[in-house]
Design a protein around this ligand. Sequence first.
Ligand code: MN
Length: 290
Amino acid sequence: MNHIGVHAAVWAGGWSDAERRHAIAESKAAGYDYIELMMFDPHAIDVSATRALLDAAGLGVTSSLGLRWDNDISSEDPAVVARGEALLGDVIATNAKLGSRYVVGVIYSALGKYNQPATPRGRANCVAALRRLARHAADDGITLGLEVVNRYETNLFNTAAQALEIVSEIGAPNVGVHLDTYHMNIEEDDFDEPVRICGDKLVYVHIGESHRGYLGSGNVDFATFFRVLNECNYHGPIAFESFSSAVVSPDISNTLGVWRNLWTDNRDLARHAKAFMDRLRTPSNGARVR
Ligand code: MN
């Protein structure tokens, strides 16, 4: 059975003592198995306090992030690449200390709108850096998931098929594809084929609606997506991801264009999402998803 998680941005924009207490308690109370931290700055995470709260709640943890323009490992500038590789090394080390086994997201490129295509040299820098980081991560039992995001958030790849090419170039057993239904709705032809072509290279899943609000209120074909996950025997983690202007993260809200109020009651949102995903994860369940 998959572990079902919830993105920290559902609860809080940062990770202060009050924020982590709130986020961890609410995630547990809503029935989730783990919380996905936003780890743009691993040094901003109080590891021992976080781990103590997670352990007390019996909650697991993973982390996601996107790189920035000044630490983009797909840059042509070796100094910029080196900063990104160092950051990701610290992210991996922090995750190991937290007991996390997954570092996912846009860990291969800056998270944002590029004004030109990726270059062969930048791509080669990215592949080489991720190869080195994968060895480091493997020592800590950590899997790296390269999140397939839409054209406004990276220029390196935007579909599962493209992601599989770079995963193959990296050639490490602990590097795979991270699919997100919000991005799939923008870039893929359907919600079936991308899962099938990933096969056992699919290592992480984000469940987001087409506007990143309440599941079932937008355009994403969740019935097909979950059916194919079941058919492909996907056993990895699945995290609910949602953003609203009701919770503002200095790291991510502006980058992702979170301008609208999609919800105000995050407790209701998270419980609704958990029940929604639980219904669809049961293979024998019918197609009614709302
Ligand atoms: Mn995502």
